[in-house]
Design a protein around this ligand. Structure first.
Ligand code: AMP
Ligand code: GLY
Length: 417
């Protein structure tokens, strides 16, 4: 099997690492890739995942017969539709189904239609009506841009002037949702589906705030754990009954023909689990802690999904736990420098640590240079989440560059320490 992975983040590095360990692989390409993926396969730095012609040309040139789409933007543009038209098997939903992530109003209407517990929301396209509503309400809200915004489309604020300014800016070229603010703890549930059957993967939690103790600005995610110790079987049954099953029933009723991964972003509130959002791709950094726990051959697993044979696939999940810590550039999630030289990274034993690169590049001296805000995810693996944490933090101290930083409290809220 000749595989092309689309993306350059730590998520795509972890996907590439899974494929590299598959016995089915006869060619492994990553577009555009990073320094980490370049050690496992062939990077195609000139191929743009958001340009269908560019991806199709690469598929033809390298004889690709399985494409894995990492992030949401190519899905929303219809990369899956374009590749399937040419007969190329591809992991990910087609454009219509990708609206579950690419349109907040589409997904909110879907949740409401299928009685899935979610925060009450109101859509606005008119600035004056929006501002009047904000002036009048007496409960806390979250503002959400309808379309994709690379993690910058949601504002959580109690300051009405800030809310109005943010919403007014969004309304210049999109609609928005004003959503009731929910309190609780967040978990990420991942379901693999082939359009006929689905299986749930171990539960993850990511840590989205830049600061310790979940304070400060939202980021793409500063760390993640898998599985989440507080999710017991009773809560999992409730999540399945109230959220997962109605979602798949709804997808069948709407004929969405979804193949790939569906990510449920949940808030566990005092009143039970609520669905905040769907994502139509794997999470980042959740994937970096989730995939090391999948023991089955990854090439076989993805092939089973694309051939609609998931129901008969013997999926094996490890009993280990994983904790990942993101190493970021100084200034992130605000402005940050790129091109910083990374100190040589030690080689860690794979059964205790994994280091996934995000958007790193090399120079003519083969130094590794940063090229983004979140630069690495360092994962510790252990028999439980406590020793996974010890291993992650032992290693993360040895992955650094000028100004690099990480949160020292990933997973802490689950440990009582
Ligand atoms: P979303 O893109 O909808 O997942 O929102 C991004 C982040 O904003 C979520 O992961 C939550 O941390 C936060 N968020 C979204 N909706 C709500 C809500 N209704 N109440 C509280 N926090 C929310
Ligand atoms: N970790 C959040 C996301 O991937 O959207």
């Amino acid at each position: 099997m000749k595989v092309l992975v689309l993306g350059s983040g730590a998520r795509e590095h972890s996907v590439t690492w899974k494929y590299a360990n598959s016995k089915r692989i006869s060619g492994l390409y990553i577009a555009p890739g990073n320094c980490g993926t370049g050690e496992l396969g062939t990077n195609l730095p000139d191929v743009n995942p958001e340009n269908i012609d560019s991806v199709l040309a690469a598929c033809e040139e390298y004889g690709i017969n399985q494409v894995f789409v990492g992030s949401e933007a190519p899905l929303a543009l219809g990369i899956v539709d374009g590749l399937k038209e040419k007969g190329i098997p591809v992991f990910g939903p087609h454009k219509a189904a990708a609206r579950l992530e690419s349109s907040k109003t589409f997904s909110k209407n879907f949740m409401e239609k299928y009685s899935i517990p979610t925060a009450r929301a109101k859509e606005f396209s008119d600035k004056d009506a929006f501002c009047k509503y904000i002036d009048e309400i007496d409960f806390r809200v979250v503002i959400k841009k309808n379309g994709l915004a690379a993690g910058k489309g949601v504002l959580e604020s109690e300051d009405k002037e800030e809310i109005k300014a943010f919403g007014t800016k969004v309304l210049e070229d999109d609609t928005l949702l004003v959503e009731e603010f929910l309190t609780g703890f967040e978990v990420s549930i991942f379901a693999l589906t082939d359009g006929l059957d689905y299986v749930l993967l171990p539960t993850c939690a990511d840590f989205k705030k830049a600061g310790e103790n979940d304070k400060g600005l939202n980021t793409g995610g500063m760390g993640a754990i898998c599985p989440v110790p507080i999710i017991g079987s009773a809560l999992m049954e409730e999540i399945k009954k109230t959220i997962v099953v109605p979602t798949f029933d709804g997808m069948t009723a709407e004929n969405l023909g979804y193949q790939g991964i569906l990510y449920f972003g949940l808030m566990i509130t005092e009143k039970g689990p609520y669905l905040l959002e769907y994502n139509t791709r794997f999470g980042d950094p959740e994937t970096q802690v989730l995939l090391p726990l999948i023991e089955s051959d990854f090439g076989n697993l993805i092939e089973a999904i694309l051939n609609q044979k998931l129901g008969a696939f013997p999926l094996r999940i490890s009993h280990k736990s994983a904790l990942g810590v993101v190493v970021a550039a100084e200034g992130y999630p605000g402005d940050y420098e790129k091109g910083l030289k990374v100190k040589p990274i030690p080689v860690f034993p794979e059964d205790s640590n994994l280091v996934f690169h995000a958007s790193t590049v090399t120079n003519e001296n083969r130094d590794v240079l940063t090229s983004g805000g979140r630069c690495f995810t360092v994962v510790g693996l252990g028999q439980n989440i406590l020793n996974a944490r010890t291993r992650a933090y032992e290693a993360v101290a040895r992955v650094n560059f000028s100004g690099s930083w990480f949160r020292s409290d990933i997973g802490k809220k689950y440990f009582n320490d």
